[in-house]
Design a protein around this ligand. Structure first.
Ligand SMILES: [Zn+2]
Length: 121
């Protein structure tokens, strides 16, 4: 459950630049968050994977997220996503374009063949 307190904490992470957008790989946005273990800096990896139904599956490797569906890092990255206007709709990635090129070439050959055959007539 997302509480107002969590949203406040998430906004604080964004304001303090403790979460950052890294890159996008296919339908997955990658983020990093800073941990707050005393004496050592820990970097958390947060990912947002856009599903085919445009729902976003969040994951974070911080200890809190291992026992809860939401954590402040994921929430903070949701705020970042809006701020940076990152894509939030599923995009199909495939070799469709290459396939189309092949089919186009085949069509050309086929047209040529028919043309030769009609010359025989
Ligand atoms: Zn987290």
């Amino acid at each position: 459950m997302i509480t107002e307190a969590m949203i406040t904490r998430a906004q604080a992470l964004v304001d303090k630049n403790e979460v950052a957008y890294v890159n996008t790989n296919g339908n997955t946005h990658n983020f990093q968050g800073k941990g707050h273990n005393v004496g050592k800096d820990k970097i958390y990896i947060i990912t947002a994977e856009i599903q085919q139904n445009n729902e976003i599956a969040w994951s974070c490797d911080c200890p809190h997220a291992q026992f809860n569906d939401e954590c402040k890092h994921g929430l903070a990255c949701q705020i970042l996503m809006k701020d940076k206007e990152l894509r939030d709709e599923y995009k199909a990635f495939s070799n469709e374009d290459d396939g189309r090129d092949d089919r186009h070439l085949q069509d050309d050959k086929l047209v040529g063949k028919i043309h030769i055959e009609s010359d025989d007539d």
